[in-house]
Design a protein around this ligand. Structure first.
Ligand code: ADP
Ligand code: AMP
Length: 214
């Protein structure tokens, strides 16, 4: 199955993608995770990307398109993928279309997760992640068993640099201006299914399974 997950920051794309990936064995491709790895490794690309990420802006298209082209061409994606956080503007969507045409691998469905802005701010400001194994928590909605410690690997949880309220609001504005137009773009191509994502993680997952079943 070849899927694209679209939605504002905090909508639950990563949470749902990692569950679907684990249960169905479909490779999750997160441009945000790839960029954070490059930042952590101190590569030239990471150093360039960090300034955009910390400001809540999109990293330049050529950087993320390069990442996606490489990942989608790998063996891990031969039988399918979940694109989590890409594309984020119409230029990226056009580039993705060309890449997938090269690979003769059309997208099956684009799932758009919808959540109200204030709920997004609450989700993002409480998000904690494990830099070692990438597990995701929330201080109230998905709290780790022991505060600040990853349930899965015992690593120390961190708050992302861009999960502070001023940057969160900037990211929501960038989503509205640059990414939301993709809903119409994919609707016009008959690929879009909207999934209301304000319920519990389990409820959203059930709705997701229905969305990708048809
Ligand atoms: P995205 O990948 O869309 O930015 P995440 O999957 O990282 O979003 O989720 C953002 C935060 O919200 C995380 O802390 C996660 O634990 C929490 N979260 C995800 N889905 C839900 C949900 N359905 N209800 C409450 N909190 C959620
Ligand atoms: P995410 O982990 O998806 O919330 O992304 C975190 C940050 O990485 C975003 O705010 C952007 O700065 C950058 N980023 C991730 N994916 C993309 C993309 N497709 N295009 C441009 N920037 C991206």
């Amino acid at each position: 199955m070849r899927l694209i997950f679209v939605g504002p920051p905090g909508a639950g794309k990563g949470t749902q993608a990692s569950r679907l990936s684990a249960e169905r064995g479909i490779t999750q491709v997160s441009t945000g995770d790839a960029l954070r790895q490059a930042v952590k490794a101190g590569t030239k690309m990471g150093i360039k990307a960090k300034a955009f990420m910390d400001a809540g802006q999109l990293v330049p298209d050529e950087v993320v398109i390069g990442i996606v082209r490489e990942k989608l061409g790998s063996d891990a994606c031969r039988d399918g993928f979940i694109l989590d956080g890409f594309p984020r503007n119409t230029g990226q969507a056009e580039a993705l279309g060309a890449i997938l045409q090269d690979f003769s691998a059309p997208v099956d469905r684009v799932v758009a997760f919808t959540v109200d802005d204030e709920a997004l701010v609450a989700r993002l400001s409480g998000r904690r992640t494990c830099p070692s194994c990438h597990a995701m928590f929330h201080i109230a909605y998905a709290a780790p068993k022991q505060g600040g410690v990853c349930d899965r690997c015992g690593g120390a949880l961190v708050q992302r640099d861009d999960d502070h309220e001023d940057v969160i609001r900037k990211r929501l504005a960038v989503y509205a201006a640059e990414t939301r137009p993709l809903l119409e773009y994919y609707e016009d191509r008959g690929l879009l299914t909207q999934v209301p994502a304000e319920g519990s993680v389990d409820d959203v997952y059930s709705a997701l399974l229905k969305a990708v079943a048809g």
